[in-house]
Design a protein around this ligand. Structure first.
Ligand SMILES: [Zn+2]
Length: 272
């Protein structure tokens, strides 16, 4: 599958990649364009930059939905540009990229890629989403918002109110189970409920095809079921085998969620 843009609404596009089943976004205004995520490395970022130029010659602003390698390591191709992210995403990327390199290495070896990925020093975001923020693209405003702990502790969603399109990052996943590697299983359903309060017409997941609010509500319900199972295991009302058999998700997904159940240090989250 060759990557291609699909226009979801006037000037709001998604670009789908076969690799990782990744979706990145583009919202164009009269003066500037907003790019949602930048792919896995500088070469892929340059491909995306060129693809954006085919759509618009306007200057780009970048927003990173979160600090997983496949969403944030292509940013250098867009510089100079304003780069938005959550403060904890900024902090993660400011650590130098070792964590992202480890993720990329795990993925590339699982895929039996011919070469290991190189260590990419990440671009550190310079604009922080500490509360919901409107970005004026000229004749069009978009909202950047952090709906709470979910897929990570720093997910940002991008809402286009005039078109009803929501870019949800990996808070929503189509075509595969949600990824709990760095997730907060007990909180994730609430974050998705926050997104649904926007009444989106189209939701673009970080991986997979665009979906509607009905799909997202069903996924939120599955996340809530899993959260309840996690609570039951924590309370010793259920054992792990019981939770695995009752889970709406695959065994590996459910185990990943259960693995995340060690009580987090909540002081970390109150720091911002
Ligand atoms: Zn992710």
């Amino acid at each position: 599958m060759t990557a291609q843009w699909t226009e979801l609404a006037n000037g709001v596009l998604v670009r789908r990649y076969a690799e990782l089943d990744l979706s990145v976004g583009l919202v164009t205004g009269d003066r500037s364009a907003l790019v949602v995520d930048t792919r896995s490395d500088p070469v892929q970022g340059a491909e995306l930059r060129a693809a954006v130029r085919e759509v618009t010659r306007q200057p780009c602003t970048v927003v990173l939905t979160h600090a997983h390698f496949d969403h944030c390591l292509g940013t250098a191709a867009f510089l100079p540009a304003t780069v938005w992210a959550h403060p904890r995403c900024r902090d993660d990327l400011a650590r130098g990229g070792a964590a992202q390199h480890a993720e990329a290495l795990t993925w590339s070896r699982a895929q039996r890629m011919p070469r290991d990925p190189a260590l990419v020093p990440p671009v550190v975001p310079d604009h922080l989403v500490t509360e919901p923020v409107e970005v004026d693209l000229g004749g069009r405003r978009v909202l950047l918002t952090h709906p709470g702990l979910g897929h990570t502790d720093h997910d940002i969603a991008v809402w286009s109110p005039d078109t009803g399109v929501l870019f949800a990052g990996d808070l929503v996943e189509q075509g595969a189970d949600p990824d709990f590697t760095d997730a907060y299983p007990l909180d994730w359903p609430t974050a998705v409920t926050e997104l649904l309060r926007l009444s989106p017409r189209i939701v673009v997941p970080g991986h997979g095809d665009p979906v509607d609010a009905t799909f997202v509500a069903a996924q939120r319900d599955d996340l809530a079921t899993l959260a309840d199972l996690c609570r039951a295991v924590l309370a010793r009302d259920r054992d792990t085998a019981d939770a695995l058999s009752a889970s709406p998700f695959d065994t590996s997904t459910t185990l990943a969620a259960l693995t995340r159940l060690h009580p987090p240090d909540m002081e970390t989250y109150r720091a911002y």
